[in-house]
Design a protein around this ligand. Structure first.
Ligand code: AMP
Ligand code: GLY
Length: 423
């Protein structure tokens, strides 16, 4: 079948790499893609949020499956757009309906959803301009640090963790005043959870699910997890502290009740659920839901997945997910992200990349790159992810770091300590 993949990051290059390993995939199209996805299919320069253009492309290219990488088109309703269109409704769409995508699109929605079955998460209250004073008084009664979250999508910037009550009150007001635009019309104030984070991924048809390999990502720009937050500087899978007993708690207390609640509330969900979790005193809590795969987690999860991904997606559509058994590569995968100088603050694009031919024993997943004739140019903050498999974290990481050194572009930066905290 012909498949259309939406997105342009490292996650999408990894999807492109994996989908085209399936004999079921005849031709892959990527909208808009990057220099890496172009190695596996045909990039089409249209926005994942331009639904009429996606419709035209789907019909022209005889697309039979749509795989949605990022959250924005899902929250905007790409699933519903396809299913409500007479000509598109039979196309398999991997991703939730707009209603279910609110699990990521609205923090308040996700919190209410979790309360239905007492899924463990931080205690919270939600406020709008209408009860702003109550919010200010509420903050005054809290312990620090205080966690403030803009309700809607804010490009990963909508969460603030603040150590001072007065400052938290000022930020709270600024959020309701439009600091993050409409995303902050509602603000969730949460209890701070102190622990270690990890990411669990399920593929579901809304009734059954399969679990993919567990991963941990590294969000801060600096070594030792210091400095500013980024989209993700690297990841590792599996995660040594996520043992069988913790995973059993995750499945019983979090994954099963989540899927049951989706099923009972009749929300249409045929795609990935990303559980952003934290372990506090040995117990798992939900920090957030995302309605898509993680980035850079995908760059370590899919290389460890042995199953045919297109077959898994077909099983989602036909309701036969329960028959699928997930097979994993038992080795450890690490990925190290090369980023542009200055990132996550201002950075330059268009730098010429070189050294690809020297890379050995790693897989390169392009994130922010662009082909320019024979050349590859940087085209984003996160530029390329270098994934390696090894018998343990040090051996995998040594390969990723060796190859990180071999790829060159002006301003290149990366962390050399991915996964070292887990040793
Ligand atoms: P989110 O956008 O919800 O993933 O939040 C971004 C990051 O903020 C998370 O990955 C956590 O590191 C942190 N965070 C969010 N909520 C909490 C919380 N209740 N307690 C501690 N850290 C949190
Ligand atoms: N790596 C975290 C995310 O994709 O949101």
């Amino acid at each position: 079948m012909n498949i259309l993949l939406l997105g342009s990051g490292g996650r999408e290059h990894t999807f492109a790499w994996k989908l085209t390993q399936s004999p079921i995939c005849k031709q892959l199209y990527i909208a808009p893609g990057n220099a890496g996805t172009a190695q596996h299919g045909i990039n089409i320069n249209i926005s994942p949020e331009d639904f009429p253009a996606l419709k035209k492309l789907t019909l022209e290219k005889d697309i039979q499956m749509l795989v949605v990488g990022p959250e924005a088109p899902l929250v905007k309703g790409v699933y519903d757009f396809f299913k409500n269109d007479e000509k598109l409704k039979n196309i398999i769409v991997i991703g939730p309906s707009a209603e279910a995508a609110q699990l990521e699109g609205s923090k308040a929605f996700a919190k209410k959803f979790m309360q239905k079955k007492n899924i463990p998460t931080a205690a919270y209250r939600e406020f709008t301009l209408e009860n702003i004073q109550e919010g200010i008084d509420y903050i005054a009664r809290q312990k620090t640090p205080i966690v403030l979250k803009a309700d809607g999508l804010a490009a990963g910037k909508g969460v603030l963790i603040i150590n001072d009550i007065t400052e938290a009150q000022a930020e709270f007001k600024a959020m309701l005043d439009g600091k993050f635009g409409a995303a902050g019309n509602k603000v969730v104030i949460e209890e701070f959870l102190d622990g270690i984070e990890f990411s669990v991924f399920a593929l579901t048809d809304g009734k059954d699910y399969v679990l993919l390999p567990v991963a941990k990502d590294y969000k801060r720009i600096g070594e030792g997890d210091t400095g500013l937050n980024t989209g993700g500087m690297g990841a590792v899978s599996p995660v040594p502290f996520v043992d069988e007993s913790l995973m059993q708690k995750v499945e019983e207390r979090i994954v099963k009740p989540t899927i049951e609640t989706l099923n009972e509330s009749e929300m249409v969900y045929k795609g990935f659920v990303f559980f952003g979790l934290i372990r506090v005193n040995g117990e798992p809590y939900v920090i957030e839901y995302n309605c898509r795969m993680g980035d850079p987690e995908t760059e370590v999860v899919l290389p460890r997945l042995k199953n045919d991904l297109v077959e898994l997606f077909r099983a989602v559509e036909t309701g036969e997910l329960h028959k699928q058994i997930i097979e994993k590569d038992e080795r450890i995968a690490t990925t190290v992200m090369l980023v542009s100088g200055g990132y996550p603050e201002a950075y330059a694009k268009g730098k010429t990349m070189s050294g690809f031919e020297h890379v050995q024993d790693s897989i390169l997943f392009h994130a922010g790159t662009k082909a320019d004739g024979d050349k590859v140019l940087t085209n984003g903050g996160r530029v390329i992810a270098i994934t390696s498999l090894g018998e343990n974290i040090p051996s995998a990481l040594a390969l990723s770091n060796k190859n990180a050194d071999l790829i060159q572009f002006e301003g290149k930066n990366y962390r050399t300590d991915i996964g070292k905290d887990l040793l």
